[in-house]
Design a protein around this ligand. Sequence first.
Ligand SMILES: Cc1cc2nc3c(=O)[nH]c(=O)nc-3n(C[C@H](O)[C@H](O)[C@H](O)COP(=O)(O)O)c2cc1C
Length: 201
Amino acid sequence: MPAVPNLPPLPADTPEGEAALKLLLTRYSVSAKHLREPGPSDEAIWAMAMAALRAPDHEKRIPFRFVVARGEGLERLAALFVDYGRRHGKTAEDLEREREKAMQAPVVIAVIARINPEDEVVPVHEQWTTVGGAIANAVNALHFMGFGAKMVAGARAADPQIVAAHCRAGETLVGWIAAGTMDGPPKARGEIDPGAILAPF
Ligand SMILES: Cc1cc2nc3c(=O)[nH]c(=O)nc-3n(C[C@H](O)[C@H](O)[C@H](O)COP(=O)(O)O)c2cc1C
């Protein structure tokens, strides 16, 4: 576990609570180029999904789902990225990088949002908030199980052909969580002062 700079005493009332808080405060994103086999097992992905389903979710709409790529699934993702590169006039060298981008992490989990703009009870911003909470819980759960992970999106997630390969009608491809075993300890980043986001009312 990387050191947490200036970690104050944690007001947890049990050792388990304190350990959980410490784990939460030591989650850092780890980019795909630093992720190796073994990736999270099917059981670990199941636990990740259970954690995502614990996100605050008004009326339990579950406005998200995951599509998990490993092995041949990563080959299919790589073919989509290479095709994306070809359509954008990339060089042969760039196309190899497109392939690497998809194949670096042993497991890549597409995050797909299912937002219902017609929902009369749960407005769109609340549904999106749940999607964000699900992503946060998912990467935290992976971290708790000892894996590195990073959520990425970018232009590929908005490409109509890549979207069509992942989504059903009305869905949005949010991006992908790359997950695997870290090739070294994650780098702790400069922490942001919680005082900057806390105010009394
Ligand atoms: C929906 C979403 C999409 C993201 N897309 C990218 C991306 O394409 N590239 C990137 O470097 N970071 C992206 N990020 C941010 C990283 O996942 C990560 O949070 C950021 O690098 C900060 O690192 P930290 O999680 O260790 O604080 C995205 C985050 C979210 C929630």
